[in-house]
Design a protein around this ligand. Sequence first.
Ligand SMILES: *[C@@H]1O[C@H](CO)[C@@H](O)[C@H](O)[C@H]1NC(C)=O
Ligand SMILES: *[C@@H]1O[C@H](CO)[C@@H](O)[C@H](O)[C@H]1NC(C)=O
Length: 443
Amino acid sequence: MANPSPLALIVFFLLLILTISATEYSRPPPKKIIAMRSSKPESHPQQVHISVVGADHMRITWIADDKHTQSLVEYGRASGVYDKSATGEHTTYRYFFYNSGTIHHVKIGPLDPDTVYYYRCGGIDDMYSFKTPPASLPIEFAVAGDLGQTEWTSSTLNHINASNYDMLLLPGDLSYADTNQPLWDSFGRLVEPLASARPWMVTQGNHEIEAFPIFDWFHPFASYNHRWRMPYEESGSSSNLYYSFDVAGGAVHVVMLGSYAEFGSDSDQYKWLVKDLGEVDREKTPWIIVLLHAPWYNTNAAHQGEGENMRRATEHLLYEARVDIVFAGHVHAYERFKRVYDNKANSCGPVHITIGDGGNREGLALDFKKDHKSASLSLFHEASFGHGRLKVLNRTHAHWSWHRNDDSEATVRDKVWIESLSASGACGAGQTTELSASGKDEL
Ligand SMILES: *[C@@H]1O[C@H](CO)[C@@H](O)[C@H](O)[C@H]1NC(C)=O
Ligand SMILES: *[C@@H]1O[C@H](CO)[C@@H](O)[C@H](O)[C@H]1NC(C)=O
């Protein structure tokens, strides 16, 4: 072929650029980290966040720089009237030259459902308030993974705040402190307005590990486990890295798995999971939702295969228990799959959703593979920052929507009704499900 003339080349490239810009939504770039400094006196509580413990208790966690602040929470149902109180415990940790403030954990209750409580921490008159989750359906979850602390995070938080959610579920990667400990404090301040007002239930991602292999006296997850203590003992787990809880009077069972804890069939996590799922009575609990960090199904070029060992080890347990939905993070994009099991469409398997697009500083994972072996299982994907909302309306129906942070406008990009597998007679989730520890269910 003859060489094209320079003019033809220029025209060709101009056309190419025009075509690309006409068809592609232009991806906003990552945004700056927001550094949140404390403007409060040392004795005052900061980084306040709450998490549910059992059916009617709440754990209030906060940090004070002053070592003498008491582990005390006073609370009540009227603004400024604290007619009840509880004391708890406190802890600190060191990380190289960093000394944490005093981290307080106080469990309060029993609390009434769907009720606003006002509270203060450490006897200091900074008033906070939260609303307890409802005792029955409906319930609304906000779901956001890989949150970080950038201007995109802030935009995600504003969009979540504008919804009337009852509880936030986070499938791992909180602060992106990446061993720079003051960034954990900054993250705590950034999320406080939301995390002090609704329970935030989290599991770990790879950014929570923060281990230094050569200095093995620095335990992995030191910061995460001290700051984000979850109700693991209450669900019979021996580790803060995996646990479960019930909400909406037991209508929804949420299982938080640890992608970075051992999961092989002789591990504690595996044995705990067998027992935990085995104890769910689908008559009382029509919904089971699982969260973990590294996705088992993923057509994005990022993090291919990283969830595969865990999938091979534990997917059959989730399938046999008829888990309804699995949320993952890790990949900085959104993707929703068909109901799947063992790499095939399966109407009795969970819906897998990757929601790792909360707003972290690493930016988006743009490259979805059209020729990926799971491409035919993937129903929707998009690389944009955003969050999800899961409204569990009744025993049979839940509505899922994914909301993109499109500048300041909230934009719904994906929505779908999800039917509980316990409602589907064909999958037999209404009856007691036999869990075989040995595994493979022939389809
Ligand atoms: C959240 O929304 C409420 C009103 O719905 C508002 O008063 C509050 O300032 C908002 N908080 C944040 C952090 O956006
Ligand atoms: C559950 O909610 C869905 C959606 O609103 C509705 O179609 C269905 O009839 C409801 N089921 C029951 C048992 O109320």
